[in-house]
Write a protein of this length. Structure first.
Length: 503
């Protein structure tokens, strides 16, 4: 197949879905938050100097022998239980053999036909409909190192002058969660993929097994997509878009692959079984490498590690520590917060549940937390093409701004300007208020002076008020607020004005 056919122009999503049914399979990689790596004692601190967290074991030096991290196994069991999986009574590691510069051993220690957790399920809700996602397996493995390609325009190996490798990440514990085939109505496919990854992020965070920082790569999704003709039972050839690292990108990548593959098929071509790279800036995928099948990896049991055989007592002890299931928790929070079904759906669809939870835990009323996260911050996220957790504004800043509103130091209009400054990186809320001169005027004499000016400039309005039309005072309040450049408490102005006019 020629490259031009395989990279044919996309078609409209509506046209693609009129002809084909999309089929998905999602593989989510979760970096565990253990203090040491999966098979050695090296630390796992993010952002440490390159190659400063390595040893003979994670570098694959001759004679070095691995030892399994018990906490990593414990986390894997908890994840499996939370996903309603069966937990293996006996399982073992395997060597997945392939060469890549960021894998120092030239094989990855993983699990193949004997995973620790299998045959599970979970559910996601999209537009009020519940979709069941079957889980094939959740297995333990280790992460690879990180290659940085220098030179070139794309940051990828093609066109680079040279590459640097940091092995700090090599050996960090990973859990790979693999779904079974996902077939949902075509117009819901991309949204279901996004909802699934979002749900997993919330679940894993609640379990306490990972920091699930997508911006740091501790939660990554590989999205497998194929198309089959409408009404057909024959699956098409799949592509795997690698390492998609935001909810928005998962949805966009699935949508793009549907439209691209439809264009390939419509032009008489065949979809290549390959890995593809997602480009956040352009919103497209490009070809990576031909996708290997399991046989190509020459799996065989890892000879240097003993099998893992978790006792049933241990499994049940871990089951007893599990937090609420996400649907149960959402229902409880909705009741506690007093949100309508529509409001809660907006929170879920906006991926704002965890930020709101964290903000409420800091003492902010749920309604106020929702107002900011689904208002100013969601708008900024949409405009910048980011997820909420990548904005650089967290629950602590939202709580601080709301506290200032509650104290009367800010009103909502001024608070929005504070958020504007926070998003621009201008400092803390207090620093932004000082730099921009945003504090509310609390001096009654200054407000009374502005009221006197408004009364003097609007005698006709004053006459209406005095003739028994108190609602007309709203125009005077507006004039005062304009005079004070919005830096006045409207309730305070109304109180002083009413006293002045004897209302």
């Amino acid at each position: 197949m020629t490259p031009s056919l395989n990279d044919a122009a996309v078609v409209e999503i509506s046209d693609a879905l009129a002809q084909y049914d999309p089929v998905m399979g999602l593989e989510v990689h979760v970096e565990l938050n253990t203090k040491s790596k999966m098979f050695c004692g090296c630390p796992t601190e993010f952002g440490a100097p390159p190659n400063s967290q390595t040893c003979p074991v994670c570098l694959g030096l001759p004679g070095a022998l691995p030892v399994v991290n018990r906490r990593g196994v414990e986390s894997a069991i908890k994840i499996g239980l939370a996903l309603n999986c069966e937990i293996a009574e006996w399982c073992r590691f395997a060597r997945k053999n392939y060469f890549y510069p960021d894998m120092p051993k030239n094989f990855q220690t993983s699990q193949y036909d004997e995973p620790i957790a299998f045959n599970g399920w979970t559910e996601v809700v999209v537009d009020g409909e519940t979709y069941r996602i079957e889980i094939e397996r959740a297995h333990m493995e280790e992460d690879t190192g990180k290659s940085t390609h220098i030179g070139g325009a794309t940051g990828r190996i093609h066109g680079a002058s040279h590459s640097l490798v940091d092995y700090n990440r090599a050996g960090i514990p990973l859990i790979e969660i693999v779904t079974k085939t996902i077939e949902v109505p075509g117009d819901k496919a991309a949204a279901v993929a996004r909802a699934y990854v979002s749900m997993l992020r919330d679940l894993l965070f609640a379990l306490g097994v990972s920091d699930v920082r997508m911006d740091q790569g501790s939660l990554r999704c590989d999205a497998n997509v194929s198309l089959k003709p409408r009404g057909s039972s024959t699956l098409g050839t799949r592509t795997e878009t690698k390492n998609v690292n935001s909810f928005r990108s998962v949805e966009r990548a699935v949508t793009y692959e549907i439209t691209r593959q439809a264009a390939v098929l419509n032009s008489g071509g065949k979809v290549l079984q390959e890995t593809r790279h997602w480009h956040e800036d352009t919103g497209i995928t490009t070809s990576g490498r031909e996708k290997s099948d399991a046989d190509d990896y020459r799996y065989f049991p890892e000879p240097d590690l003993v099998p893992v055989a978790p006792s049933r007592e241990w499994v049940e002890e871990l089951r007893a520590t599990l937090p609420e299931a996400p649907p149960v928790r959402r229902a409880r929070l909705q009741k506690e917060w007093g949100f309508t079904d529509l409001e809660m759906r907006d929170v879920i669809n906006g991926n704002a549940l965890e930020p709101i939870v964290a903000t409420v835990e800091l003492g902010v009323p749920a309604a106020a937390a929702k107002k900011w996260w689904l208002g100013e911050l969601a708008r900024a996220a949409n405009e910048s093409g980011q997820d909420l957790d990548a904005l650089g504004v967290g629950p602590a800043e939202v709580a601080e701004v709301q506290k200032l509103v509650d104290e009367g130091s800010l009103n909502d209009k001024l608070a929005r300007q504070v958020f504007e400054g926070l998003l621009a990186g201008e400092g803390t809320p207090a620093e932004i208020i000082e730099k921009r001169g945003l504090a509310l005027v609390s001096d009654d004499s200054a407000l009374l002076d502005a009221i006197d000016r408004a009364i003097a400039a609007n005698p006709d309005v004053v006459e209406k008020v005095n003739s028994g039309k108190p609602a007309a005072a709203g125009a005077l309040i507006g004039a005062v607020m304009k005079d004070m450049r919005g830096q006045a408490d409207a309730a305070k102005v109304r109180q002083l004005l009413n006293e002045k006019l004897g209302i």
